[in-house]
Design a protein around this ligand. Sequence first.
Ligand code: PNS
Length: 161
Amino acid sequence: MKAAIYPGSFDPVTYGHLDIIRRAAEIFDELTVSVLNNQLKTPLFSVEERVKILEEATKDFPNVKVDSFSGLLIDYSKKKGVHVAIRGLRAITDFEYELQIAQTNKLLSKGELDTVFLTTSLEYAYLSSSSVKEIASFNGDISMCVPEFVAQLIYEKYGHK
Ligand code: PNS
């Protein structure tokens, strides 16, 4: 069985992430979308909230599971027995950062963990969780960026609606 992990902050999940999830789930038999519990960042949504949001947003994909992890991705993927990490690439600026992480993970895992990159569909190439949060904080329209129920949750966090 071909399994993969799609790690990320997902704070919150966007249509760009969901596009990568849908396409990765078509390539792999089982996809685990895993939220990084990063103590260094102050997220808008807690890990538990992000997991719940992702579960709801991916409920129509039968081979997609949602989980969370702390620490190194190579340790988490080893524990899961998974050898492929999925990452989305929007632009060349993503590539430099992602290449560095992918090569570090390959080295640290002694060759065990490979990274498969999917290029983001052009319609979502402009999207980032940070810009979604910034727009929402000013009560702007994020309907083209995230599912409706996610938009409501984001607006609530900023005290709108
Ligand atoms: O959605 P993000 O914030 O771009 O995701 C980044 C993520 C979670 C893929 C990356 O930060 C990660 O894997 N962190 C876990 C810690 C780790 O393994 N670091 C070693 C690679 S340098």
